[in-house]
Design a protein around this ligand. Structure first.
Ligand code: NAD
Length: 343
């Protein structure tokens, strides 16, 4: 069960999430033995004192490096450094570093212990939590991976001061998603506090990170391996992933924001979501700075969705918001979905 003490969350007994300062927390949570850090080039450049405190491996940045090639390079480096099963891996970075570090740790010598310092907003509210890790294969996102829980995650919002605005917004798309899925109060809080300045307000960002993490951790506690309720976290993502693939213009968060808006409109057309809540979702996404206009024809997006991995027998599992703070999962034949989208 999840415990909540000040800025500390536990994701069952295996993993603990701390929302607080690295300087106050890290020494207390790292094991006594050998630690090897894994970071990307940007984190290495911006935070050398932290990365270089440990033996370290630096990888490139960008979605293209989330590959088996990078994983193999890290295995080689670990072997050359003489890392064994007692070595602890510390991933320092955004979702790409934590996804790769988790996968390497789960597989190197059949598994070593690991923990994360999560440095991007998307990482702090989503990617570092829940134990899913993995890499892309060819064009397929997260095709290969495991479920393995880090011993700890430290989310320190001070890192967000160096994160570019576009990346902050990308993280906010996931915050809005979890608020729609399970926290109406968080949704209202964001409506009242969002502005470009708020990203540098420690109290606001701690609340946003802590509340989002609590929603995700609570859902993961109930369904670690995504057999049921965890699927609600895919809200807006089936469309979002299709948009990402059809248009190179959007990053993940921007595509998810459009996906959230589209699915809210679908839910309203189906008579599930009220017009008021649909408008609140669009207004908040626009206030954050997202352009919700579709930049590719819906027919192309639907074509891409036909290949989505969450589909079987031409039936899609669709997560529909029923009100802010609550969603339901319905199965819909693709043909019916097309009818509602192509109006
Ligand atoms: P990312 O790791 O690429 O980070 C975004 C960019 O910001 C990178 O250039 C990075 O170097 C930089 N960066 C990170 N922290 C910084 C800081 N404090 N200051 C300055 N720059 C910083 O991407 P992301 O958005 O953090 O994560 C996206 C990845 O997460 C995707 O690959 C996605 O598939 C994955 N993801 C995984 C899960 C999961 O459950 N495992 C969930 C959601 C997303």
């Amino acid at each position: 069960m999840m415990k909540c003490m000040n800025h500390i969350e536990s994701i069952d007994s295996k993993s603990t999430l701390y929302v607080g300062r690295v300087a106050d927390l890290l020494d207390g949570v790292l094991p006594k033995g050998r630690v090897i850090a894994i970071a990307d080039v940007n984190i290495d450049r911006l935070y050398p004192d932290l990365v270089h405190r440990y033996e370290h491996i630096v990888i490139g940045s960008g979605e293209a490096i989330k590959s088996l090639h990078t994983v193999e390079m890290i295995y080689d480096r670990l072997r050359a450094m003489g890392a064994d099963r007692s070595t602890f891996l510390l991933g320092i970075g955004g979702g790409i570093v934590t996804d790769i570090t988790g996968f390497v740790a789960a597989t190197y010598m059949r598994g070593v212990e690991f923990g994360f310092i999560s440095t991007s907003l998307l990482g702090q509210v989503d990617a570092s939590i829940g134990g899913k890790n993995g890499v892309n294969v060819a064009d397929y996102k997260n095709m290969v991976g495991t479920f393995a829980q880090p011993r700890f995650v430290i989310s320190d919002v001070d890192f967000l001061r160096t994160l570019p605005l576009r990346e902050l917004r990308a993280g906010m798309a996931e915050v809005v998603k979890v608020a729609i899925v399970g926290d109406a109060e968080l949704f209202t809080f964001i409506e009242e506090s969002i502005s470009e300045e708020c990203y540098h307000d420690t109290d606001i960002m701690r609340r946003i990170v802590l509340d989002s993490a609590r929603v995700k951790a609570d859902i993961v506690d109930r369904d670690e391996c995504e057999k049921g309720v965890r699927r609600v976290l895919n809200l807006g993502h089936t469309i979002g992933h299709a948009i990402e693939k059809c248009s190179r213009k959007h990053n993940h968060g921007e595509a998810v924001a459009i996906g959230l808006s589209q699915i809210a409109h679908l839910s309203h057309r189906l008579g599930v979501l009220s017009a008021d809540d649909m408008k609140r979702i669009d207004s908040l996404l626009q206030k954050i700075g997202f352009d919700l206009e579709l930049s590719v024809p819906m027919s192309n997006i639907l074509k891409e969705m036909r290949y989505d991995k969450k589909k079987s027998n031409n039936v899609l599992r669709v997560v529909l918001p029923e009100r802010i703070g609550s969603c339901r999962i319905v199965e819909m034949p693709l043909s019916e979905l097309e009818k509602y989208f192509i109006v």
